[in-house]
Design a protein around this ligand. Structure first.
Ligand code: FAD
Length: 425
C-alpha cells in the first residue's frame, strides 16, 4: 500500500509545532502594525537573526520544497503550507529586506540559471543564513532601462575584471553577495552583451557605501567596483545570456515587492476595515466624520481588490496563462497605485495626529513613515510606467515602443546618445 501523503503532512505539522514551541519566541503583535517603518538593521541584530536561521535550517524547516542536494528538504507545497501555518504566531528569523531578496529573488535566479557546482556551493549557505544576498541591478544611469548598464566585466584568464557603479542596493551593507548585472560585450546589440555574476561585498576592489534616505533611515547602498576580480566560477548563466536571466530576476522581484500573490485556491474574503486608519481616526477623534469614513472605506476596498487580483493572477499563472510571469505586473501596478492613496488618506484623516507622536509610540510613527515611503512599490523593481509598458506589450500584444537602438551595437548607441546630447543629432 502507498503511504498516505496527508498523514505524512500531519506528522510533519506536529513535529514542527513541537519544535517551534520549544525553540522560538511568540510574536509580540507589534510587528504587523507598521507597513514599512524604518528598515535599518544593525550588524549585531542581523548576526542574531542569522544564528536563529541556522537553527531553523538545522532542524529541517528551511527550504522545505527545495531539492535535497541544495540543502532543502525535498518535500511538498503542502508540507510548506503546514509549516507556514504553524509558524505564524512565532517570531521567525528576520534578516530584513536582504533576507527576503536572498530567498525570493536571488535563490530563484540561481536555481534556474546557475551551474550545478555553483548551486551546491551557494544555495545551502543561503538557506542556513550564512550567505545574505542583494541585487546589484541598477547602475546610476540605468534603472528602468536595465539593459543600458555600463558596469563592465572584462575576461582575464579564468577571471573577470569588474569596473563600474551600482546604486539603490537594499541592505547591501550587511549582505555577503550581490547578484550583479554587467556588460561583457559592447560590440553587440544592447540586450545581447550582458552577463550576471556573484560579487562578494567584502572582496578587494568592492566598496559599499550606505546612503541616507528621506526618512533618516539607511537601507540603500551604492557600490563601486574598481578592478574587482571575479572568478568565472561565480558567473550565473552563459556569457551574453544576461537579458534572459534578468527576466527571471524581474519576475521574482516584482512578485516579492507586490507581496500580494498567494498560492492557494482560497476565495479571498474582505479583512478588517483598514485597521490602521480606523485606529488613527479614533486617535484623532474623527471616527464619526463622514469624510474620514469614506477614506477608510476606499482604503479597505482597494486592499481587498488588490488582494483578490493577486489571488486571481496566481491561479491564472498556475493554470499556464500564455503571458506567464508578465501577469505579475498587474498586481505590482495595483499596489504601486493603492499604497500612495492609503498613505495620503492617513495624513488626511489624522492631520497632526498622523505626523506627531509620543516617543516610543510605534503606531504613531508609522503614518508619517508610510507617507514618506509610499512610492516604494511604485518605483522599486520597475516603476508603474514600466509595468504599464510590460502589460501593453507582453500581455495585451500592443505594438512595442519604437526602438531606435535595435540596429546598433551598444557602443554605437552610446556614441549616438553622446552625440545627441552635444546637439549633433
Ligand atoms: C525602495 C527601493 C528599493 C530598491 N532596491 C534596489 C535594489 O536592491 N537593487 C537595485 O539594483 N535597484 C534597486 N532599486 C532601484 C530601482 O530598481 C530603480 O529605482 C527603478 O528601476 C527606476 O529606475 P530609476 O530610479 O533609474 O528611474 P528612471 O529609469 O530614471 O526613471 C525616471 C522616470 O522615467 C520613467 N520612465 C523611464 N523609462 C520609461 C519608459 N520606457 N516608458 C515610460 N516611462 C519611463 C519612469 O517611470 C520614472 O518615472 C530600488 C528602488 C527603490 C525605490
Amino acid at each position: 500500500m502507498l503511504p498516505d501523503p496527508q498523514a505524512d503532512v500531519q506528522e510533519f505539522r506536529e513535529t514542527a509545532r513541537a519544535w517551534l514551541a520549544q525553540n522560538l519566541e511568540r510574536r509580540s503583535g507589534q510587528e504587523e502594525r507598521s507597513a514599512r517603518g524604518l528598515t535599518h538593521r544593525t550588524i549585531e541584530d542581523i548576526a542574531t537573526q542569522r544564528a536563529l536561521q541556522k537553527r531553523v535550517y538545522e532542524a529541517g524547516f528551511a527550504g522545505i520544497t527545495w531539492p535535497v542536494e541544495y540543502g532543502g528538504q525535498g518535500l511538498t507545497a503542502d508540507h510548506e503550507a503546514a509549516f507556514l501555518d504553524e509558524s505564524e504566531p512565532y517570531a521567525m528569523p528576520d534578516m530584513g529586506i536582504a533576507g527576503v531578496v536572498t530567498i525570493k529573488v536571488c535563490a530563484e535566479v540561481i536555481l534556474r540559471h546557475a551551474s550545478e557546482e555553483f548551486k551546491r556551493r551557494h544555495l545551502p549557505k543561503m538557506l542556513s543564513g550564512e550567505e545574505i544576498w542583494v541585487e546589484f541591478f541598477s547602475d546610476s544611469a540605468a534603472g528602468s532601462d536595465l539593459a543600458g548598464v555600463v558596469t563592465t566585466a572584462v575576461r582575464d584568464g579564468d577571471d573577470w575584471i569588474l569596473n563600474g557603479e551600482k546604486v539603490w542596493s537594499s541592505g547591501a551593507y550587511y549582505a555577503d553577495f550581490g547578484l550583479c548585472l554587467a556588460r561583457t560585450n559592447w560590440d553587440v546589440a544592447k540586450h545581447k552583451g550582458l552577463t550576471w555574476f556573484a560579487v562578494a561585498t567584502t572582496q578587494a576592489g568592492v566598496t559599499v557605501e550606505p546612503l541616507r534616505e528621506i526618512t533618516g533611515d539607511i537601507e540603500f547602498c551604492r557600490e563601486t567596483f574598481d578592478d574587482a576580480r571575479i572568478p568565472d566560477s561565480e558567473r550565473i548563466g552563459e556569457e551574453g545570456s544576461g537579458w534572459q536571466v534578468a527576466q527571471t530576476a524581474l519576475r521574482f522581484e516584482r512578485e516579492a515587492s507586490s507581496g500580494s500573490l498567494t498560492t492557494g485556491t482560497k476565495i479571498p474574503r474582505p479583512g478588517p476595515l483598514a485597521p490602521d486608519l480606523v485606529e488613527l481616526a479614533r486617535r484623532a477623534g474623527r471616527s464619526d466624520d463622514s469624510h474620514a469614513r469614506q477614506l477608510i472605506a476606499k482604503a479597505h476596498a482597494d486592499d481587498f481588490a488588490s488582494r483578490a487580483l493577486g489571488e486571481r493572477l496566481s491561479r491564472m499563472m498556475a493554470a499556464g496563462h500564455p503571458a506567464g510571469g508578465a501577469l505579475i505586473s498587474y498586481v505590482k501596478l495595483a499596489r504601486g497605485i493603492v499604497e500612495p492613496v492609503h498613505a495620503k488618506a492617513a495624513i488626511e484623516i489624522g492631520g497632526a495626529a498622523a505626523v506627531t507622536w509620543p516617543q516610543g509610540d510605534r503606531l504613531g510613527a508609522t503614518f508619517a513613515l508610510d507617507y514618506l515611503n509610499s512610492r516604494v512599490t511604485a518605483i522599486a523593481g520597475g516603476t508603474n510606467e514600466i509595468q504599464r509598458n510590460t502589460l501593453g506589450e507582453r500581455v495585451l500584444g500592443l505594438p512595442r515602443e519604437p526602438n531606435v537602438e535595435q540596429q546598433l551595437t551598444f557602443r554605437e548607441s552610446q556614441d549616438r546618445a553622446r552625440g545627441l546630447s552635444k546637439g549633433q543629432g
